[in-house]
Design a protein around this ligand. Structure first.
Ligand SMILES: *[C@@H]1O[C@H](CO)[C@@H](O)[C@H](O)[C@H]1NC(C)=O
Ligand SMILES: *[C@@H]1O[C@H](CO)[C@@H](O)[C@H](O)[C@H]1NC(C)=O
Ligand SMILES: *[C@@H]1O[C@H](CO)[C@@H](O)[C@H](O)[C@H]1NC(C)=O
Length: 167
């Protein structure tokens, strides 16, 4: 009888422990799908930003970017394997008004769809260094979207070091 009760108590504690762990992880980024990413305040260029940093986590698409916390001021999404940046990368309803800096360097990005950066009106700095973006004229499906960088009304810096495919 006693051992059975002890067993139950242990089960309860284990259950509560798991629940607390999950809550702690969800609290930081707002969703388990951003698991592994750093979310929180951090110094960058002498300023404190709410940073979401998903570096080298093996993401193969950008779906999780639709779930960014609305307080996000800087997004570092680098060193993953993303071939395409789709239209409305950050979702259609999400209005990430505080997002100022986006770093999507080193992802192997090949194609950027039109209107990819919509609903992020206050981005001032966009980094797309070290990617594999296709702009060749014989490759009709790629980069022939006239509105790739439209709606970035406040853009001041666009970094494109080694960003394009070398044929
Ligand atoms: C993002 O995370 C990576 C890996 O943890 C780290 O090396 C890098 O400095 C971070 N970037 C910023 C801006 O915090
Ligand atoms: C974002 O941009 C809008 C105009 O597009 C402006 O009114 C607002 O103050 C900006 N917000 C921040 C946090 O910079
Ligand atoms: C860049 O894209 C081309 C064409 O799809 C491919 O052949 C090449 O391997 C890619 N390079 C890198 C570094 O991913």
């Amino acid at each position: 009888m006693l051992s059975l009760k002890m067993g139950n108590v242990l089960t309860l504690w284990t259950f509560l422990g798991i629940l607390l762990c999950i809550n702690a992880r969800v609290d930081k980024c707002g969703t388990l799908l951003l698991d592994g990413c750093f979310c929180g305040q951090q110094y960058h260029d002498d300023q404190i930003y709410f940073i979401v940093n998903c570096t080298g986590l093996g993401f193969r698409n950008t779906d999780v970017l639709k779930l960014l916390p609305e307080e996000t001021e800087m997004l570092v999404f680098t060193g993953n394997h993303i071939s395409t940046l789709p239209t409305n990368l950050f979702g259609e309803e999400n209005n990430l008004k505080r997002l100022k800096i986006i770093d999507m360097s080193n992802n192997g990005i090949h194609d950027i769809k039109g209107k990819a950066f919509h609903h992020v009106p206050n981005v001032t700095r966009l980094l797309l260094n070290h990617n594999n973006i296709s702009i060749s004229s014989d490759d009709e499906h790629n980069f022939h979207h006239p509105r790739v960088f439209s709606n970035l009304y406040n853009l001041q810096e666009l970094h494109l070091t080694n960003a394009f495919q070398v044929k």
